[in-house]
Design a protein around this ligand. Sequence first.
Ligand code: HEC
Ligand code: HEC
Ligand code: HEC
Ligand code: HEC
Ligand code: HEC
Ligand code: HEC
Ligand code: HEC
Ligand code: HEC
Ligand code: HEC
Length: 350
Amino acid sequence: MIGSARKAALVRVRVLLGMVVLVGGLLSASISLGAGPSNEECFMCHSDKELYKEGPDGKRISLFVDDASFGASVHGKVSCVFCHSDISDLPHKEGGLKKVDCGRCHEEEAGQFADSIHFRASRRGDVFAPVCKDCHGKHDILSHEDPLSRSARANVPNLCGTCHEGIKNEFQMSYHGQLLARGDGRAPGCQDCHYSHKIIQAEGRIHRLAQANRCGGCHKEYYRTFRDTFHGKLTSLGEVAGAKCHDCHSAHSIFPAVDIRSTVHRQNLLSTCRKCHANAPENFVTYMPHADIHDPGKPLLYYANLFMVGLLVLTFGFFGLHTLLWLNRLVWEFVLRKKGDGGGGGDSKS
Ligand code: HEC
Ligand code: HEC
Ligand code: HEC
Ligand code: HEC
Ligand code: HEC
Ligand code: HEC
Ligand code: HEC
Ligand code: HEC
Ligand code: HEC
């Protein structure tokens, strides 16, 4: 019984695999052969460096497509007419060709992008807002794993910096930025705190509340101690006003605490706290934002916390027990009173 069921399952798996291979084969064949005109046909005209059209302002727009860099790109085997999907015959019409829709093949990225501040801005007609081709290019797109790619880890600050130049400069000076420039794979780039495609408004509620988690993904210990503090508990409760990592450390100018440029350096700390605690006295900064109350190696904090927790447990324990005993007594009083004022009543009914 079991044997034949297994065999049937195996056959099903084989049929499924066969279908996957077949569909895959057809797909790759159609991608490389292309339905409609071939890439070679397009290159007959578009490999001409002198081919251009005139833009609305009379400027020349080159229509040259570099065969070599297209061939070396991730889309090297993709048919031109898969992206330029409204061309089915040659010669194609002049002017009025549709914009390329990258989302036809990259649904996931396009879906994420559709929620972003960049997409909304470009839909509003903001010509400075990026769409797919502004970050990735058109005919020379490389995988982000290729160090020459615009979207390679080390190049992302420059990519975003074409429009956010001030922030790029700030970031590249910072400890994180220096680390990234040295090729340290652990260092964060813009996309680790903002994502690449679902970038949202930075001062909005969602972004503010998500930040501690993002920093915490790499700084687990500091995240843990942060969560034990008043600010951390406020954040866990979804409270926007409580200090987040970047309120104390800044977002793009992060330095070690001993560095004079750091917002948490001894000399700058008070003014950092005063952004929110306007009247904070000098001694306010003796407060420890990363006090580790669970580390026996720091006996003062550890035992103070233990004492407070003990006190809580004892207090609640005592009152809990007290309430239970009281309840017990109430129940007995109730039962006794019932028995006392009508024991015979129930009997007479039956
Ligand atoms: C016979 C030469 C020729 C061939 C073959 C050719 N094109 Fe063109 N293409 C042109 C010319 C000329 C223009 C400029 C038309 C204009 O002024 O709008 C152009 C423009 C374009 C544009 C830009 C349109 C715009 O509005 O900016 C795209 C995209 C394009 N071609 C894609 C292709 C693709 C894809 C193929 C292959 C399927 C191809 N072309 C084959 C001559 C050619
Ligand atoms: C991965 C998608 C993709 C593929 C594949 C592709 N293109 Fe394009 N092409 C674009 C995008 C994006 C633009 C910019 C205009 C737009 O947004 O529609 C563009 C623009 C063009 C233009 C106008 C000039 C320019 O550079 O803006 C020409 C000409 C052109 N493509 C020809 C080709 C030819 C020839 C091939 C095949 C060798 C090809 N394209 C393959 C995405 C693609
Ligand atoms: C603001 C710049 C920006 C825009 C706009 C953008 N991307 Fe990206 N994209 C990136 C960066 C940066 C990466 C590198 C991946 C990473 O580290 O997150 C990336 C990665 C990718 C990848 C590779 C994903 C992977 O993990 O293998 C694809 C595919 C992609 N983008 C497609 C798109 C498409 C399609 C659009 C338009 C709907 C788009 N991108 C718009 C910046 C952008
Ligand atoms: C006809 C389908 C198709 C269209 C349309 C298309 N792509 Fe692709 N794209 C592919 C294929 C296939 C690959 C290679 C996938 C792979 O190697 O895993 C790819 C790979 C990529 C990658 C590299 C992914 C990585 O591993 O980093 C990026 C980035 C990318 N495409 C961006 C774009 C952008 C931007 C557009 C629009 C201008 C676009 N694609 C339009 C089919 C398409
Ligand atoms: C370590 C996390 C982190 C990194 C890395 C990072 N950001 Fe930010 N970014 C933030 C936070 C947090 C905010 C919100 C700041 C605030 O509310 O004061 C922000 C705000 C912004 C803003 C909007 C606010 C403004 O000042 O205009 C932009 C634009 C921005 N970042 C772009 C970038 C770019 C570009 C990069 C890469 C060069 C980058 N960020 C790298 C965390 C980061
Ligand atoms: C082609 C220009 C361009 C590029 C490239 C670009 N951005 Fe932007 N970005 C904009 C514009 C324009 C806005 C403003 C949208 C608005 O306010 O409506 C914006 C808004 C933002 C915001 C929100 C700012 C705020 O006020 O809250 C963040 C965060 C951001 N971008 C991060 C990035 C990151 C990270 C990258 C790289 C992956 C990037 N941008 C690449 C043009 C660009
Ligand atoms: C992608 C991982 C990553 C993210 C996200 C990240 N960091 Fe870092 N950060 C690092 C690495 C790696 C170092 C260098 C640590 C070292 O040298 O041992 C560092 C160093 C630092 C330093 C310097 C002191 C030290 O420990 O060396 C501070 C302060 C810091 N980060 C704060 C933050 C804050 C605040 C955020 C969020 C706004 C953040 N980081 C987000 C990886 C990250
Ligand atoms: C209320 C302000 C405040 C908040 C919120 C805060 N920090 Fe700190 N952080 C400090 C101060 C002050 C120091 C230096 C003294 C210390 O180490 O306790 C510090 C130290 C650090 C260091 C070590 C720096 C060094 O040079 O050794 C890292 C890393 C760090 N914090 C990361 C984080 C992360 C991640 C978060 C959020 C999960 C966070 N901080 C939240 C104030 C804060
Ligand atoms: C982004 C704003 C912000 C920053 C920056 C900030 N805090 Fe707070 N903090 C709050 C809020 C909001 C509360 C809760 C409301 C309250 O009690 O004022 C709070 C509460 C506190 C509390 C507990 C309640 C109290 O008032 O005694 C302490 C202690 C505290 N913060 C210390 C600091 C220290 C020390 C710094 C600087 C290293 C700092 N905070 C920076 C927003 C901030």
